[in-house]
Each structure stands twice: as structure tokens, then as C-alpha cells.
Design a protein around this ligand. Structure first.
Ligand code: NAD
Length: 299
């Protein structure tokens, strides 16, 4: 049994923390939302009044927060994790942020005699509930091995991506690609229907060609093709991930013009008020422009 601290108990962090608790670890939690905290304390977790107090009570501290500034605030603020972390403890950031943020926070954590690794997650809120997330882990082998029993409470696919920050580098390039596939699929399918094709014809052909991808095979039939645009994974978070990936790419002195177009498509959707819809709403936005719908009943 490990003393685990969990900060950020939202769509993903709430069920992830619940799974840590269910596997028999002692859990201390904090969130700015009292409702989110109450769900965990009702299940047996203790609550603390700051990230600092969570860290002071824990051998492994986890954050699952929306964006990089949130992680910096919670980790490095006056009442933050670094102010309370125990020497030898491990801080795992599971939020989707960028490698620069992780490496910056880790320097302060190391100065306190503690360790940091990154482990952003892939898949969906349903997988957070079932404890079957994909974990993309960055950090030194020995610290990752020590954190593994806690990580295994939340995920079943474990991929050690390399040094500290490489979990985050992996996650943001992955999400830039996934969002780009969703956007180009939406553009092409709406245009095909407008031209006179059917969705069944297009998917039957695409399955046999290099156009096929997991958005077409799995994600779009599950939600947007059924007209379901409730989150899930919000468009505003997809926009954030594309922004983080493109910032990293630009810092590397590289260009990603197709990725930039995806970022613009997400920003456009947010400007139209769709930011809190599932990212699959990119299809709806293309449908509206084309004056068609791309629908299929759920398989
Ligand atoms: P969410 O907005 O549902 O949850 C974030 C939680 O953090 C909320 O409960 C909020 O109150 C809390 N919070 C925010 N600022 C805080 C602070 N300063 N101190 C304490 N608590 C604070 O977001 P989510 O969907 O759970 O996503 C979390 C992270 O996981 C994001 O980086 C997201 O990109 C990533 N992610 C999400 C999904 C998904 O399907 N939703 C999938 C994979 C990865």
C-alpha cells in the first residue's frame, strides 16, 4: 500500500483516482471543485486543503490538470507540490502538457530531493473508468519502475517513451495527428456526400486503400456518425494539444503546415461556440458548411 496524492479530479482524474483507491492505496485528494473532491471522499479518500498538503501526505503525487499553466501553478505555486513534497517521493504529471513545462517543473522538484516523471494518457473517459488507459511514460528507468504499481491501477498499455518529457512529446504529436485525421476525414466525407456519394460507399472503398485510419474505423462510427457530439474529449482540449505540439515543433525549427490548418479548424470551432462539444464536432462544422449530414447508426 502506497500513500498516493491526486490533484485534478475531473473527467479523467476523477475515475483515475477512484481506481487508485479501489486497488487499496491510501489516497489524499485536492481539486478547486468541492463537488469533485466529495465524490472521492465519499469513496474513502481523505481531502487536503492545498497541493502542498497533498504532497506532504504522499509518497507518490499525481496531477491530472487541464493545461501547462495549471500544472505550473499547482506544482510551483506558494502552496504547491514543490513546497510540500517529501524527499525521495515521486511526482507524476499525467496531464497533457509539453516537455518544456515538465522539465522546468522537474528542476524544482529535484532541488527538494524528490523525483518527477511524466505519464500522459491515451484513449477516453470510458477507459479512465475501466482502468484501461494507454500510459505514455517519460523518466529514468528506476523511478518509472518504482511508480509502476500506482500507474498500473489506471492503465493497461504501458509504453516507456524515453527520458523525462518524452511521454508528453509523444502524447502531443499523437494528438496533433489524431485531430488532423479527424478534420481531413470530415472535410472529405462532407464533400463526397455533397458530390453524390454515400457514406457506405466511401468507407467501403477507403477500407481497401491507404486512406483508411482509426478515426474512420473506430472513433467516428462510435460518436459523430451517430450524431453524438457530447464530450468525451472536448474540442477546446484538442485545440490545446495541437497548440502545444505546434509550439514544440516551431521551437525545434520545423514547420507543420497541415497541423497549423488543424489548429485553425479547432480555433474556428471554438469561435463558433463548439469548444465544450466532443472533438468529433469538427464533422458537424464541415456538415453545416456543406449543407449535408454524414450519418450512420451506431454499429
Ligand atoms: P477536466 O477539465 O474535466 O478536469 C480538470 C480538473 O482539474 C477539474 O476537476 C478542475 O476543477 C481541476 N483543476 C483545474 N485547475 C486546478 C487547480 N489549480 N487546482 C486543483 N484542481 C484544478 O479535464 P479532463 O478531461 O479530466 O482532462 C485532464 C487532462 O487530461 C487534460 O490535459 C486533457 O488534455 C487530458 N486528457 C483528456 C482526455 C479526455 O478524453 N477527456 C483524454 C486524454 C487526456
Amino acid at each position: 500500500m502506497t500513500d498516493v496524492g491526486f490533484i485534478g479530479l475531473g473527467t479523467m482524474g476523477g475515475p483515475m483516482a477512484m481506481n487508485v483507491l479501489k486497488k487499496g492505496h491510501r489516497l489524499t485528494v485536492f481539486d478547486v471543485s468541492p463537488k469533485a473532491v466529495a465524490r472521492l471522499t465519499a469513496a474513502g479518500a481523505r481531502s487536503a486543503d492545498s497541493p502542498r498538503a497533498v504532497a506532504a501526505a504522499s509518497d507518490v503525487v499525481i496531477t491530472m490538470l487541464p493545461d501547462a499553466p495549471d500544472v505550473e501553478r499547482v506544482a510551483l505555486g506558494a502552496d504547491g507540490i514543490a513546497a510540500g513534497i517529501r524527499p525521495g517521493a515521486i511526482y507524476i504529471d499525467m496531464s497533457t502538457v509539453d516537455p518544456d513545462t515538465t522539465q522546468n517543473v522537474a528542476r524544482t522538484i529535484a532541488a527538494k530531493g524528490a523525483h518527477m516523471i511524466d505519464s500522459p494518457v491515451g484513449k477516453t473517459a470510458e477507459h479512465a473508468v475501466s482502468g484501461t488507459l494507454t500510459l505514455m511514460v517519460g523518466g529514468p528507468q528506476d523511478i518509472v519502475a518504482r511508480a509502476r504499481p500506482v500507474l498500473d491501477c489506471m492503465g493497461t498499455d504501458f509504453i516507456h517513451c524515453g527520458a523525462l518529457g518524452m511521454g508528453h512529446a509523444m502524447k502531443i504529436v499523437n494528438n496533433l495527428l489524431a485531430t488532423t485525421l479527424l478534420e481531413i476525414n470530415s472535410e472529405v466525407l462532407a464533400a463526397g456526400i455533397k458530390a453524390g456519394l454515400t457514406l457506405d460507399t466511401m468507407t467501403a472503398v477507403m477500407q481497401k486503400t491507404m486512406a483508411w485510419n482509426n478515426q474512420l474505423a473506430v472513433a467516428m462510427p462510435a460518436r459523430p456518425f451517430a450524431g453524438d457530439f457530447a464530450p468525451g474529449f472536448m474540442l477546446k482540449l484538442a485545440h490545446k494539444d495541437c497548440r502545444l505540439a505546434l509550439t514544440m515543433i516551431r521551437k525545434l525549427g520545423l514547420a507543420a503546415p497541415v497541423g497549423e490548418a488543424t489548429l485553425a479548424a479547432c480555433a474556428d470551432g471554438i469561435a463558433q461556440g463548439a469548444g465544450e462539444n466532443d472533438v468529433g464536432v469538427l464533422l458537424k462544422l464541415r456538415e453545416e458548411r456543406a449543407g449535408v449530414t454524414v450519418r450512420k447508426t451506431k454499429p
